[in-house]
Write a protein that binds this ligand. Structure first.
Ligand SMILES: Cc1cc2nc3c(=O)[nH]c(=O)nc-3n(C[C@H](O)[C@H](O)[C@H](O)COP(=O)(O)OP(=O)(O)OC[C@H]3O[C@@H](n4cnc5c(N)ncnc54)[C@H](O)[C@@H]3O)c2cc1C
Length: 528
């Protein structure tokens, strides 16, 4: 097995990975190990934009309060403070470096509005192609660095751990079948979320939570996995992927209508269609359930058609493929799994309980998202904590551990069908038993089945398809256990059997291998 030495290993090439790699290059040689192409990530598909304070009527304190309100009492104060203050700096640096955010005819940056924000503060690019533009911009900066080396189509399959310290990773190159051992003073995980474990999801196929599963198996602390954010408005076309219709569309004034043509959000929340995501997703779910419908509708026919066409080019193009004109026709939408709020528990620099392991982006639970992410805060989190993780990682002194003899992983076509069958079974189970509304009874049923699958594939015999099944079963078990433990409804976690918020559960739920589930207090503002 080939061994490669670097100063820092970054796993994943979404915005968090690119930010971490770019900043780490100031401290030595960097490897980016990513399981698909460099530009395959959730980040690439982000539409609405990135939230940051740039307007005269806005301030970090207001952004902070909006984030805390959406997070329903579960945000860690210091982490949010870092996000909104340093976030402003990171976005200012991007603007100065020439990032092409959309501007009006006079050159002023255009700001969008999204659910839960009390100010217009969403910078966007390419209309509704912010993720693509931002990722492309940073990727260009990364490829220009001579000391960053990219390993595409290489999945990380295991951490190298000795006495609670991570000193590298094992990767499998799909093209050559070669196993590689990467060693470094620090590993920065930026492997993104897991929403693709649900049958209806806005995420690309790569978002199956590998990073969480690998970190859990290595002994990392995993927090708040019960909070899965369901995006209220993903296109509903039976049999097709749940293409996202950005919240920015409602920010520009789109209405949500039921099948009777009635606006139903007005009586539910003072911000109507722009209420926080958990409120809108649940209200849509209830409306569909009560009327026996599979979807509700977005309507933009009362808005300025020219403005809509220029702001939402990507969405408009996609809808035209289905014969829909977004300025005129009603768009069928329903909620879909979109964002993992919890993740690998980190401190304010992405550091974890395992020396040498840092995490940033959607894979991390820094405490900024609480029980429900405020729209467009995630791209900001990638930039802020990607930089912080790289700084802290650079301070570590390399360990002189030798990797023990590792077994190689292979990709055998024999297990391809078993993988697809089980992945689909689990995705259906997650959607029906651990979706928007949950009860103990149904979750227990799901957990039992997941335990059986995990037990069957516990010994994965070093086949990558079998490892993927084991990883997905592990992650889903973690979601189920956390969701069963949290006997209340809060943010993105709604229990039919415990319909209200319970102050006893104003805690983070922590899971660690071979340990009982535990609780960690929320970090409030400290005086002085
Ligand atoms: C359709 C859509 C629209 C969105 N719109 C917005 C928006 O407007 N504003 C906003 O703030 N947020 C938005 N989000 C959320 C946001 O895009 C993500 O939270 C954010 O981009 C996550 O970035 P990341 O770098 O942490 O992960 P990702 O961008 O998902 O990158 C993860 C990377 O890790 C790699 N990887 C995973 N597992 C392995 C492994 N085992 N080995 C090697 N590599 C691995 C993947 O291939 C990928 O390169 C949107 C999300 C989606 C899906």
């Amino acid at each position: 097995m080939r061994q490669l030495e670097f100063d820092t290993i970054v796993v994943g090439s979404g915005l968090a990975g690119l930010a971490a790699a770019y900043h780490s290059s100031a401290y030595g040689r960097v490897a980016i190990v990513t399981k698909s192409e460099l530009d395959t990530s959730n980040s690439w598909f982000a539409q609405g934009g990135i939230a940051a304070v740039t307007a005269a009527d806005d301030a970090p304190e207001i952004h902070l309060q909006d984030t805390l309100a959406a997070g329903r009492g579960l945000c860690d104060y210091d982490a949010v403070e870092v996000l909104v203050t340093e976030g402003r700096e990171r976005v200012r640096e991007l603007i100065e470096a020439g990032m092409p955010f959309d501007r009006d005819a006079g050159g002023k940056i255009l700001l969008g509005l999204e659910g839960g924000h009390t100010r217009r503060r969403i910078l966007h690019a390419g209309g509704d192609a912010t993720g693509r533009e931002l990722t492309r911009f940073l990727l260009q900066k990364v490829v220009e660095k001579e000391n960053i080396f990219a390993f595409e189509f290489t999945a990380v399959v295991r951490f190298l751990v000795r006495d609670g310290c991570v000193f590298g990773v094992q990767g499998l190159d799909f093209f050559t079948g070669e196993n590689l051992l990467f060693r470094a003073r620090a590993v920065i995980m930026a492997t993104g979320g897991l929403s693709r474990v649900y049958s209806r999801s806005t995420n690309p196929h790569t978002a199956t939570g590998d990073g969480i599963a690998l970190a859990y198996q290595a002994g990392a602390r995993i927090a708040d996995l019960e909070f899965i954010q369901f995006h209220p408005t993903a296109l509903y076309m039976p049999g097709d992927d749940a293409f996202l219709i950005s919240e920015a569309v409602r920010g520009e004034g789109a209405w949500l209508l039921n099948s009777g043509g009635k606006r139903f959000m007005e009586g539910i929340h003072p911000m109507a269609e722009l209420a926080p995501r958990d409120v809108v997703a649940y209200s849509i779910f209830r409306e569909m359930h009560q009327r026996g419908d599979d979807c509700v509708y977005l309507s933009l026919s009362h808005l300025n058609a020219g403005k809509i066409q220029s702001r939402f080019g990507t969405i408009g193009q996609k809808l035209r493929e289905y014969g829909l004109d977004m300025t005129r026709d009603r768009i069928p939408v329903a909620p879909a799994a979109h964002y993992m709020v919890g993740g690998i528990r980190t401190g304010l620099y992405g550091e974890t309980n395992l020396r040498g392991l840092f995490v940033c982006g959607e894979a991390a639970s820094t405490g900024v998202m609480g029980a429900n992410r405020l729209a467009s805060n995630s791209l900001l989190e990638c930039l802020v904590y990607g930089k912080r993780a790289s700084q802290k990682a650079s301070e570590l002194i390399p360990l002189q551990c030798k990797a023990e003899k590792m077994k190689s992983f292979a990709v055998s076509p024999d297990y391809e069908n078993s993988f697809l069958e089980l992945k689909n079974e689990i995705a259906g189970l997650m959607a029906t038993k651990l979706g928007i509304i949950r009860t103990r009874q149904t979750m227990l049923g799901a957990l039992n089945r997941l335990e059986a699958i995990a037990a069957r594939f516990g010994e994965h015999k070093y086949d990558y398809n079998l490892l993927k099944i084991k990883n997905i079963a592990d992650i889903c078990r973690l979601i189920a256990r956390a969701a069963i433990t949290r006997e209340e409804s809060r943010g993105g976690h709604i229990r039919q059997d415990f319909p209200t918020e319970d102050p006893r559960f104003r805690v983070h739920i922590i899971q660690q291998k071979d340990m009982p589930v535990s609780f960690e207090p929320v970090k409030d503002k400290t005086e002085g």
